[in-house]
Design a protein around this ligand. Structure first.
Ligand code: UT7
Length: 330
């Protein structure tokens, strides 16, 4: 008998506060027009820590909504994996804290760091546990409070990022018509410096003399990352299709990491995919790193753009560098 992983529920959690492009115009040498035309972003949600909005609290919202959608309880969950680079604390990790909040008493839990690729990395690991028969129900969560590591004096990065979390419930199934078909994960540490947070961890801890607050923020060489993101998401999409003897014509819906409208547009055009076959929300949320794919999936599913039985291709790219693609038969 073969086991498969089926996605049975999705959810998301966002802070209440919205930051518009016009808000940036008030303190930064930028314009709404530049941000919209160069990135496609119009608004992003920003957590207010004084009101208790953190990665854990947003993840709890996402997970509760995914559990409800799936019709399962916290106590049914065997595994929680959280993809994030902005945990509330490193120990306990976010997944531990989620476990406590949702009463997933029998689960084992851990965080993983793969930046924007965190959701697909986490989903791939959960899929392996489920297919091995070790786990029945898994929660795969991805998201951030990137505002906590964003330098609001750096116009080339701060307008891009937003906070939010997405989650999916995976369950063991024997039905090969609704399953995670394949996932491919990639990384290349030689380009790590292109997108990084240099200070604040063990190399330069916050208490050391060399620590600089501005270096505990995201640094990005945007132009280089733009080119690599486009090329690698396209190649990862082609490769997973080729290995599964499929073409873009076999795919019902495509979801690309929401970092920049121009990157998504280039990926779609290079792969010759019409715009109706994708979900776009970068205008509303900005780049929420590991949250973008599950949030797009949730919105597309709940809007009826994808339905059970559809074949979905997802691709992502982020810091590390890491990137990934996945084929899911919903
Ligand atoms: O999630 C991980 C993946 N992340 C990404 O994929 C992000 C990838 N990179 C990008 O999305 C784009 O490279 C950016 C949006 C970051 C930058 O867009 P760009 O078209 O590559 O602009 P650029 O960096 O080449 O900068 C062009 C000009 C520069 O001015 P000069 O040197 O030509 O005078 C920048 O200083 O635009 C300037 N600029 C801005 N101007 C107004 C950069 N940021 C801003 C800004 N407002 N916010």
């Amino acid at each position: 008998m073969s086991y498969y992983s089926r996605i049975i529920g999705v959810g998301s959690g966002f802070p209440k506060g919205v930051m518009t492009n016009q808000d940036f115009e008030k303190f930064l040498d930028t314009t709404d027009e530049w941000i919209r035309t160069r990135t496609g972003i119009e608004t992003r949600f920003i957590a207010d820590r004084s009101k208790g909005e953190t990665t854990v609290s947003l993840a709890e919202l996402a997970v509760q909504s995914a559990l409800k959608h799936a019709g399962v309880q916290g106590s049914d969950i065997d595994l929680i994996i959280m993809g994030t680079v902005t945990p509330d604390t490193v120990m306990p990790c976010v997944a531990n804290q989620l476990q406590a909040r949702i009463g997933a008493k029998r689960a084992f839990t851990f965080d993983l760091q793969a930046a924007c690729s965190g959701f697909l990395y986490a989903m791939s690991i959960a899929d392996l546990y489920i297919r091995s028969g070790t786990v029945r129900n898994a929660l795969v969560v991805g998201g951030e409070t990137l505002s906590s590591v964003t330098d609001y004096r750096d116009r080339s990065t701060c307008v891009l990022f937003g906070d939010g979390v997405g989650a999916a419930v995976l369950t063991r199934s024997e039905d090969d018509q609704h399953r995670i078909v394949a996932t491919k994960l990639y990384s290349d540490g030689t380009y790590g410096d292109l997108l990084c947070i240099p200070h604040g961890y063990t190399k330069v801890p916050t208490y050391s003399a060399e620590y600089r607050e501005d270096m505990h923020k995201i640094k990005m060489q945007g132009g280089e990352v733009f080119k690599l993101a486009t090329r690698n998401m396209v190649e990862a999409s082609k490769e997973i299709l080729r290995e599964n003897k499929l073409t873009t014509a076999d795919v019902d819906f495509f979801i690309f990491h929401q970092a920049n409208m121009r990157i998504i547009d280039l990926c779609m055009r290079t792969l010759n995919i019409p715009v109706e076959k994708t979900w776009l929300n970068v205008a509303k949320y900005g780049n929420t790193s590991a949250a973008t794919l599950p949030v797009c999936l949730e919105e597309a599913w709940k809007a009826g753009k994808v339905k059970p039985g559809d074949l979905i291709l997802m691709a992502t790219f982020g810091g590390g560098l890491t990137w990934a693609s996945s084929l899911v038969r919903l």
